[in-house]
Design a protein around this ligand. Structure first.
Ligand SMILES: Cc1cc2nc3c(=O)[nH]c(=O)nc-3n(C[C@H](O)[C@H](O)[C@H](O)COP(=O)(O)OP(=O)(O)OC[C@H]3O[C@@H](n4cnc5c(N)ncnc54)[C@H](O)[C@@H]3O)c2cc1C
Length: 385
């Protein structure tokens, strides 16, 4: 059996490991556009902030690929898939497969804003992106991060650590609109302001116009701000173009069933590239889980994926923050809040069971709450948790 995996991120790597655990002799070829061996994408934040070097965030070096007898093609983009001939093409030639796994990840989204392709505009997804941002930091000191989600805040905090003067722009009237409610967001904002970050919100970015060595960023309320570098952190889009061009069904991501199989038999998708049950997770643990399920199924072991948990932790030193499950009030949702000295915990319960949680200042109950969320166990007294 011969397997090809497009993507060397956590989904692709988990798929390869699952295959090798079940098929000792099959050929495994992994293709990646990047030059690095498998590294931790979340830890790119540490590299940007000067807390780690690229070699420190590499998880699997060449010896690991050799041990698992995996052939890795670095810096090699897969350009097309022929589902009938069961081949993929790269600039180097054609490679054939029995089973194909599409773990091509996602690309940072650049909203259609005037000037968003200027030299001083960046996004952050890869080590190479961080290198480009750091090169710019050498000559500029004012950064504007557009997007107050997890990645935007972490990017801003990393640049502040590098000594830049950083402002975060958010279209909503609060930070982390997907992970926090209004109270949690207000507390987080105060903590980040104490670390030197400034916030412009709610503000919708309308244009980026060159000004000297940097740019003036204009907002739709008529105000503007000057910056030497502008980083858009406005979400990601699944890399599904390759699959769509091959006739594989796609929506926002590559559509998969519970076996992580696409509309083309024997072709699977996983991670940020895949859409399962209407969801593109965009999270490391979910990509790992999906990759593992895709690998198991590709290797002939039927395994049914039933979805992953939505949970996230903020990676800003000095600030403990985690959010899990469905947060937000509404009909049938009970809320239990506990405030302490610098801490805030809010649990959201539906039908007496945990639906979601926000933890700020103390995240020690994150793992037990994750377990509770997964098990769906009834909670008699939320205050006692
Ligand atoms: C800075 C940063 C911080 C993050 N922090 C967190 C966090 O704290 N917690 C969390 O849960 N998630 C976090 N995420 C999200 C998480 O990193 C992703 O969900 C996860 O890495 C997705 O893994 P993946 O394998 O699906 O895709 P990726 O890691 O994006 O890997 C995709 C791979 O596909 C390759 N590829 C794409 N197209 C082609 C092609 N045509 N030919 C060949 N190769 C191709 C790429 O080169 C790459 O190797 C963060 C993301 C970023 C950018």
């Amino acid at each position: 059996m011969k397997y090809i995996i497009v993507g060397n991120g956590v989904a692709g790597m988990a798929a390869a490991e699952a295959i090798r655990g079940r098929d000792a002799a099959g050929g495994i070829h992994i293709y990646t556009e990047e030059e690095y061996y498998h590294y931790s994408r979340p830890r790119v934040i540490e590299y940007l902030g000067g807390l780690a070097t690229p070699d420190k965030i590499v998880i699997r070096g060449p010896e690991y690929y050799a041990k698992l007898n995996i052939q890795l093609f670095r810096g090699t983009a897969v350009e097309s898939i022929d589902t009938a001939a069961r081949t993929i093409s790269t600039r180097a030639g054609v490679d054939s497969f029995d089973k194909l796994i599409l773990a091509s990840g996602a690309t940072s989204f650049l909203p259609p804003v005037e000037g968003c392709r200027s030299d001083c505009v960046f996004t952050l997804r890869t080590i190479a992106d961080a290198d480009r941002i750091l090169a710019r930091c050498a000559s500029g000191k004012r950064a504007l991060v557009i997007g107050g989600g997890l990645l935007g805040i972490e990017t801003a905090a990393s640049l502040a650590k590098r000594g830049l003067c950083v402002s975060v722009v958010e279209v909503f009237d609060r930070l982390l609109p997907r992970q926090l409610d209004a109270d949690g967001a207000a507390l987080l904002r105060t903590m980040l302001e104490r670390q030197g970050l400034a916030f412009l919100l709610p503000k919708k970015t309308a244009a980026v116009r060159p000004a000297g060595e940097g740019a003036d960023v204009f907002f739709d309320d008529g105000s503007s701000a000057g910056a030497d570098l502008v980083i858009f952190s406005a979400g990601v889009r699944s890399n599904a173009r390759l699959a769509a061009a091959a006739g594989i069904a796609c929506d926002r991501g590559i559509l998969v069933d519970g076996h992580m199989e696409t509309s083309a038999p024997g072709i699977y998708a996983a991670g940020d590239a895949a859409q399962f049950n209407g969801v593109v997770y965009g999270l490391w643990p979910a990509a790992k889980e999906q990759g593992s399920f895709a690998g198991r199924n590709a290797a002939g072991e039927p395994a049914l994926y039933q979805g992953s948990q939505l949970s996230a932790k903020l990676k800003v030193s000095g600030i403990e923050l985690a959010s899990l499950g469905a947060i937000g009030e509404g009909p049938g949702i009970a809320v239990a809040t506990k405030r302490g000295e610098g801490t805030f915990r809010r649990l959201f319960l539906s039908g007496g069971r945990l639906a979601g949680a926000i933890l700020i200042g103390d995240t020690s109950s994150f793992v037990p709450l994750q377990r509770l969320l997964k098990s769906g166990e009834p909670i008699a007294d939320p205050e006692a948790l």
